[in-house]
Design a protein. Structure first.
Ligand SMILES: [Zn+2]
Length: 409
């Protein structure tokens, strides 16, 4: 019955399309060069729609001086240079962003009765991912133009959080030329994808801990330089209402490039270094001094929780490891605390009921990037990985429908 209904629907759609073409207002078709284009008759293409294949013929126009061609009906229907309708492309992009392309092909056959090659799903998902990127960067420009203009929305009472982190994505050898990595021989296997998230906090849960506003998290990410990523994150924060927020908190793991992004874009925010990363560094300190099984003394942990980093550094610094190598790594760990001390006033943050952990972005690294891009045997091109990251950020931020709506003339 479903098969028959789909076939019947495809027939109706074909009739509707030719009716729509027959009643379209006649207009002059111009070339990019400004010349009037001439009709060169109709050309056919089989259109793959969510109802199945629909035969479709449309007028082809050509420019006499420069011989450029155009299919105006394709432009109106958003099917330029593709046989897939927007509805099918949406399914292909979504399925391809959720699971491996072969799996996506099997899912679409089962859920939508569409028989599509895995390779086609890959190609279309990548294409749609790039269109999402273009849509986002056009919005970025618009948003940046309105910075500083009086905001129409009322100032928000919610606490506004920005958090970001990086995670390695396995890439093809050709994407790693000249890059140093963490492998034993100094080579690299991965490129770092940066992920940022913005969320808001209202009130506290029953135990008095800060509570994230449900569905308030949006994501941005890419394999790109920290400069470009800084602008990407900044415009996302602006879009979410950075300028209207009373309290802005930036949560990071304390890596160096973080500070540059914060100084450039989030100068007035409260910067907090993730407490759990700080704990890890504390444990590393203890291990350097007392061996692999060692844990940080209770006093150290209490000073960390209290945000008394000066005391922690003084006391821990009194211990001296034996070997020169250990001394060096000891100094490195102490430097981490020195550099980040102003962002480790944990007692004060707890009193103000701020989040002190970057768990949201770390979970994001797993769900947005890891689950799709870091499965065994995967080797991405940077271009392909960025397309899928763009799709996943868009979908998980609840903006995929907005993207498709923006394509409707
Ligand atoms: Zn022309």
């Amino acid at each position: 019955m479903l098969q028959a209904a789909r076939q019947g629907g495809a027939g109706v759609l074909g009739t509707l399309l030719s009716h729509w073409q027959g009643h379209a207002p006649r207009e002059v078709i111009l070339c990019q060069c400004g010349q009037r284009m001439r009709s060169r008759g109709r050309r056919r293409k089989g259109l793959v729609t969510t109802l199945g294949r629909v035969p479709f013929a449309r007028s082809f126009y050509q420019c006499p001086p420069c011989s450029q061609g155009r299919f105006p009906d394709d432009e109106r229907l958003d099917i330029v240079q593709t046989i897939y309708s927007p509805g099918v492309r949406r399914l292909m992009a979504r399925a391809g962003s959720q699971s491996q392309f072969a799996q996506a092909a099997a899912d679409l056959r089962c859920y939508a009765g569409l028989t599509l090659e895995a390779r086609e799903i890959e190609r279309v998902a990548e294409e749609v991912g790039h269109q999402v990127e273009q849509w986002l960067s056009a919005q970025q420009e618009q948003i940046l133009q309105t910075v500083g203009t009086p905001a129409p929305a009322a100032a928000s009472e919610a606490k506004f959080y920005i958090s970001f982190d990086g995670t390695g994505v396995p890439v093809r050898k050709s994407e790693l030329l000249g890059r140093r990595g963490k492998q034993a021989d100094g080579s690299a296997r991965t490129r770092e994808a940066k992920l940022g998230c913005v969320f808001t906090q209202v009130g506290l849960d029953k135990e008095g801990y800060p509570q994230r506003e449900p569905h308030s998290t949006t994501y941005v990410g890419a394999i790109e330089s920290s400069t470009l990523f800084g602008w990407r994150l900044y415009t996302e924060a602006l879009r979410r209402g950075l300028e209207q927020a009373h309290t802005v908190v930036v949560l990071t793991d304390g890596a160096r490039y973080n500070r540059t992004i914060i100084q450039t874009h989030f100068h007035d925010a409260v910067h907090i270094v993730d407490l759990f990363h700080a704990y890890e560094h504390l444990t590393t300190l203890a291990q350097i001094l007392w061996g692999q099984e060692a844990k940080a003394p209770k006093a150290w942990r209490d000073w960390l929780e209290a945000g008394d980093i000066g005391r922690l550094i003084r006391q821990a610094g009194k211990q001296l490891p034996a070997s020169a190598k250990s001394k060096k790594s000891m100094r490195k760990q102490l430097r981490y605390f020195e550099n980040n001390a102003p962002q480790m006033r944990y007692a004060e943050y707890r009193e103000k009921k701020f989040f002190v952990g970057s768990g949201v972005v770390e979970a994001g690294c797993r769900t947005v990037i890891g689950e799709r891009l870091k499965q065994s045997g995967m080797r991405w091109s940077v271009r392909g990985a960025n397309a899928i990251i763009a799709l996943r950020c868009c979908i998980l931020s609840g903006r995929f429908e907005d993207f498709w709506a923006s394509r409707t003339p």
